[in-house]
Design a protein around this ligand. Sequence first.
Ligand code: NAP
Length: 289
Amino acid sequence: MKVLVSGATGFIGRQVVKALQGLSRCRVLASARNIDKLKILGADYLVYDLNQEPHNCYEQLGRPDVLIHLAWEGLPNYRESFHLDRNLVNHYRFLKSMIAQGLPSLTVTGTCYEYGLQNGCLQETAPTNPATSYGLAKDVLRRRLEALRQEHPFSLRWLRLFFLHGPGQPERTLMGQLDLALAAGRESFDLSRGEQLRDYLPAVEVAALIAKVALQTRHDGIFNVCSGEPISVRRLVEEHIAAKGGRLRLNLGVYPYPDHEPLAFWGDPARLRLAAAAFEEEWNHVASL
Ligand SMILES: NC(=O)c1ccc[n+]([C@@H]2O[C@H](COP(=O)([O-])OP(=O)(O)OC[C@H]3O[C@@H](n4cnc5c(N)ncnc54)[C@H](OP(=O)(O)O)[C@@H]3O)[C@@H](O)[C@H]2O)c1
């Protein structure tokens, strides 16, 4: 089975490529724009900018059986209009061309920001109401892909990722900043009050789950990619400092809570677990994911 990973050089993409490389029945094709970053993945790669005209893109990208589409430009900058003006337009054009040219199975990473300002345990059936351009662009992309299935039959898995942490995380993220502060031996770390509840998973686990949902054949549709176990940001940070043997003092309340996120939300992983179980059965425990 030929599996193409777009955005293969990103924080999540690098881990997804590694997860797929552990599967003997998979031939992995990695794609992104920067050839130097692609070369170090140790997979077959194809340099491709999805802002270009997608004539013949399915052929150019090796006629994969499955596309795991992780590419997205300009993160985080959640409020900026380029998510809608450029990314939404170009990603839909690219994905529509891939499907029209023969791609049978598509897995795309969305975001928990599609839900907008809703508190509590969120299920995939909850109505979406994004509060950022980023969340809206992803939500509209999903709706357009769903509508496209009326024209072309293809398998669509839409993965709403919640929060991730782990090695290689971007310095711009909370946990990336925390690791920098620990590595620099700083005495204190500025935080919000830290009482907001979030749903975090290690990036390596998220990558394995993305691969599993993409490769199983029984379940289509929307999947929360989450733990189902809310944790306060303060506790997450304190546990991470303790695990690293650090001595950082937290300056709580320095930053306000972000107004594009609800105070307490997490995901229901029931559909995710069904798909992961289907993968285990179908791949007959040959897989090492
Ligand atoms: N990280 C999270 O916490 C999180 C949470 C929810 C959802 N997500 C979603 O998960 C996906 C991956 O996130 P990430 O954190 O791994 O992102 P990232 O680290 O910013 O990586 C983005 C990837 O996309 C590629 N890319 C960007 N523009 C491209 C273009 N025009 N043509 C081709 N490739 C392009 C980049 O490589 P080049 O620049 O070399 O092309 C890179 O490989 C995204 O769709 C994101 O929305 C992430």
